[in-house]
Design a protein around this ligand. Sequence first.
Ligand code: GLN
Ligand code: ZN
Length: 416
Amino acid sequence: MAYADEKIVEIVQLTLAITNVDIGYLTQIEQDKAVFATFNNLAQRNQQQVYATIEQLKETGLERSVPFAQRYNEQQQKLELPILPTTTIGSFPQSLEVRQARQLWRRGEWSEDRYNTFIEAEIDRWIAYQEELGLDVFVHGEFERTDMVEFFGEKLGGFVFTKNGWVQSYGSRCVKPPVIYGDVTFIEPMTVKETVYAQAQTDKPVKGMLTGPITIMNWSFVRQDIAREEVAYQLAYALRQEVEALEAAGIPIIQVDEPAVREGLPLKANEQQAYLDWSIRAFRMTTCTVQATTQIHTHMCYCDFHDMIASIESMDADVISIETSRSHGELIGSFEQNTYPQGIGLGVYDIHSPRVPAVAEMTSMIDRALQVLSPNIFWINPDCGLKTRKEAETIDALRNMVTATLEARAKLQVQV
Ligand code: GLN
Ligand code: ZN
């Protein structure tokens, strides 16, 4: 990787090279080649077993064991969810205390035990809030995660980290993308401990929460010696082992977030379909091995979805949630032309401001969505990003969301 200093050196070398002033640039090029040769031969970049497994997987259809319609029935029976089930997208507020605890633990000032106890106490508190609010599908809250990618990169093989390679994500928010320098490998379960802990505190289903292969790739610095498609499959194969570990630990619902799929779409129209095809294959590779009764969710952030609804459908997730409020419900229009068969939640309120939306606002979003989507497949959730909000406003907003849901359910009952 080249940062500012290295780039300046390269510019000087290139300038001298084209003006034929050789003050050693040829020697430098030879040295660089040798460095690259050593780098390319690293065992971490030549995990033959990973390549062989992925070749085999690519030959298969990457299909779930039974089609959606049948899975839907089996999952309804197992999960016993009400009509218009309520849930959230994964994270809960990351208070100053949460961020401080993570730093203290990273700096070694807090022991592993002390940190774990702190995270468990946060999970306990938020499981209790979710019970009290009467939500249907719970989450553990993602308190142990800095962002959606660094957390996983630190636990998978093939990643390294910079100390200061910050990238602006939006506004004043920055992330530190990891570097995928080697073959991606699954080392040990990454999310099972916290998810299982949360599930043990409640009878409601807890939704496991992972970042998907395409999002991890699009939000990392990616090696260039193999195709991005191959990197995506390596991530998919590693994450599939996490999905299987969650399922084996008794987690009934697993969400694989893919907010960054759309932003990786190539600008050239003739390259777009191929990208979508392998992105979907990677998602399916991640999720296809679970039992019919394990419900797979995915989540996508606000973007221009109109041109990719067909691709979203072929991801074959049981439920997708899409951030909607920033388009002021415009997305709902897309479903007028398309009949969308799988489970779907369109964020019923915008979380990007501290104001608590009134019940009536959410009711109108729900009513509008139910004009084009069947109540049998519609889920009720806020938009993503609750980790950026304060505790009190989050709870008040979710309380209104549940009230709006109860009203919507009552109206449906009257209609039946
Ligand atoms: N599960 C993540 C969260 O709720 C999803 C974030 C996102 O959509 N970017 O924070
Ligand atoms: Zn999102």
